[in-house]
Design a protein around this ligand. Sequence first.
Ligand code: SF4
Ligand code: MG
Length: 334
Amino acid sequence: LKPLLEISGLRTSFDTFDGKVRAVDGVDLEVYAGRTLCVVGESGCGKSVTARSILRLVEDSGSIDAGSITWHGDGEPFDILSLDPRGKRLQRLRGGDIGMIFQEPAASLLPLRTIGAQLIETLRIHTGLDKRAARARAVELLDAVGIPDPKRRIDAYPFQLSGGMCQRAMIAIALCANPSLLIADEPTTALDVTTQARILDLLRDLQAEHRMAVMFITHDLGVVAELADEVAVMYLGRVVERAPVDELFADPKHPYTKALLASVPVLGRDRGRDLPTIPGTVPNPLHRPSGCSFHPRCAEAVAGKCDIDAPTEVDFGGGRTAECVLYDTEGARA
Ligand code: SF4
Ligand code: MG
């Protein structure tokens, strides 16, 4: 399998009043053509910043300090981080090769323009269709994402549509140019459960139809179980475990992954019972713990070891890795 997108050693930081915060601290990830990578972790783990770094959407308030993000689309691979931030290639990548949807439709839908105007403009930038053809295509796209009566709704303003419908309109815009990769940052988090399920179904259908790769950012392991082929678990700016989805659920290696899985309600079993939660809170990235940054919360931490040395990545083979001292370099329990 050849990756479509390859992130290597990515470091992204933000200046705050209290100092420099390294939100992403050495991330390696691959996204494969036609497959879904779910990036999961608690809020503040750096998953959104990782996603936004791919399209260079962090640079007004932050900086990308190290690493490479290689795009292997059609043609010669190139490092997205070496592109001119105002150049044509980055523009073509955003909304062209790579579509992006966010938790809040407001982050990408303009409140004072109709859904149709926004769709038509994006279509014209990325596909070169004339106005008439773009309008016809826009109606098709609204229909494809399940917006009823698209010929009428195309002239609606975002405030005239429900949250779920706005989310669908945002997906239509992201799909305009037939992207090879769709980045979705918690796109269903703000929706009720039924609408959330419908949007996930829609994304799955669209992915199968367009053979897109999807990078799905979420804190919800239920969503991971439904959508993912591959999973990356993030904690405090690092990927602490990677695995094919079935293996992650069946045999989690990293204590943080185990704790996350233990905190998920299993239908039936846990109903009406207090859910276990992971003790402690995510530390402030300004005051990163020494050694393994999970050690203050880890049930399996080894005193005199985990609080001193940062663990190196163990490669278990078959796309499985974990950063934890509990395994030796061959992946056996140390
Ligand atoms: Fe826990 Fe130590 Fe592994 Fe970190 S390295 S996850 S503290 S056992
Ligand atoms: Mg986020």
